[in-house]
Design a protein around this ligand. Sequence first.
Ligand SMILES: C[C@](O)(CO)[C@H](O)COP(=O)(O)OP(=O)(O)OC[C@H]1O[C@@H](n2ccc(N)nc2=O)[C@H](O)[C@@H]1O
Ligand SMILES: Nc1ncnc2c1ncn2[C@@H]1O[C@H](COP(=O)(O)OP(=O)(O)OP(=O)(O)O)[C@@H](O)[C@H]1O
Length: 339
Amino acid sequence: MTFASPTTPAAPGPDPVPATLTLPAPAKLNLFLHVTGRREDGLHLLETVFQFIDLQDDITLAVDPTGTISRTHDPEGVSEADDLTLRAARALKAATGSPLGARITLTKHIPMGAGLGGGSSDAATVLLGLNELWQTGLSRNQLIDIARPLGADVPIFVHGQNAYATGIGDVFQPVSLPEYWFVLLMPHVHVGTAGIFSAPELTRNTKPLTIQGFTALAGQTLAGHNDLQPVVKARQPLVRHAIQLLSQAAQRVSSDSVAKRHKSDITVRMTGSGACIFAASQHKSTALALLQEVSQASQKNVVAGQTPNAERITMRTEFGTLFLVRGLASHPLGSRQVG
Ligand SMILES: C[C@](O)(CO)[C@H](O)COP(=O)(O)OP(=O)(O)OC[C@H]1O[C@@H](n2ccc(N)nc2=O)[C@H](O)[C@@H]1O
Ligand SMILES: Nc1ncnc2c1ncn2[C@@H]1O[C@H](COP(=O)(O)OP(=O)(O)OP(=O)(O)O)[C@@H](O)[C@H]1O
């Protein structure tokens, strides 16, 4: 795939001042995830709602006029060949023929292999940022065409709006979501997506809920379910434990006075292919009560260094990392001018 660049990029000069951008790459949750079929190429047809959340990586991009694409970070266990930030930059360069390069610095906060789409979001932010710095002028839809081969979750982050999605998770319709607060519990285990999708026991014929069905049911409880959850739960004792822990704490909180006052249900569910489990509530006070309830179940919980404000709390406990995060109305780059 190639796209002609509408503007001529600046020629490398003898003493260039590199342009830089620092941009966010937020995580996502799959509020539900239905596997509705399988394509001939083996990829699965999905039905899901993507919700961006206030937990993000940070990426600094500096133009390299020599044309080299390099990284200054060294994410644990991710080789240069696999690094989605480098792969995204190379894909954009190949598609546009830009003579420019980039030095990429990634500061990771989103846990890896969590089902939170961290690597995919990093790739999307690199595509959006370098499209600007290299002045390659592609539209969001053109960037989505480059995003698709990088991974099934990359297009939603380029799209930039919470969405009801079908196809392989790359056909979007706008969806209006209430404000959600989430307690995330990330057990100390990494789940590989391919292994879960290829499980013989996976249900692959869930009847679609449809966007109307989702909206009609969008009361206090989250509609739908995650078809990948029973597979991961059966294979990963730590995920099983995390679901049990959050569900029991949610039951205790739901029966107490704060939650009763709000008539607030808490939905506990896995995101993506795991391992992260979330508990969703439409009330911050309920989410805070739940966070406290779960952390009290831990003998040695330690509040992590960066606890920036009451909107985003991170705690490390012996059974995993706990986060309190807000659902975002859209991706932080969702209204940025592209092209
Ligand atoms: C589970 C989700 O996170 C839901 O949003 C995504 O579908 C997964 O997205 P991702 O992590 O970007 O996954 P990819 O790296 O594209 O795919 C990993 C592997 O999962 C399987 N896969 C992925 C997506 C899909 N719709 N059908 C699949 O069967 C394929 O075997 C693929 O090789
Ligand atoms: N920049 C990156 N950040 C994180 N992981 C990366 C990156 N580049 C490549 N990867 C690889 O991608 C794998 C999946 O990472 P990621 O954090 O996207 O998982 P995930 O949240 O489970 O994804 P998904 O929700 O899309 O299934 C990692 O194990 C790692 O090998």
